[in-house]
Design a binder for this molecule. Structure first.
Ligand SMILES: [Zn+2]
Length: 63
């Protein structure tokens, strides 16, 4: 019974950690968007996309 309880505690802790990290990822993605919005882009072009070498912002060149 104790063992079962310990396992449940572990799952709860792991789920909390997953939730925390998802929130952290969302924060980091917002930071990237913020940087990309302020960037003076310097694009590197390929036939299908162009990508900023500074902030990694990607634009599709499909019309
Ligand atoms: Zn840029």
């Amino acid at each position: 019974m104790d063992q079962h309880f310990i396992n449940n505690e572990n799952v709860t802790a792991l789920k909390q950690e997953v939730h925390r990290l998802k929130e952290r990822i969302a924060q980091l993605e917002e930071q990237i968007l913020f940087i990309q919005q302020k960037c003076q882009h310097a694009f590197f072009e390929t036939p299908s996309i162009r990508k900023c070498v500074k902030c990694q912002y990607v634009e599709s060149l499909h019309y």
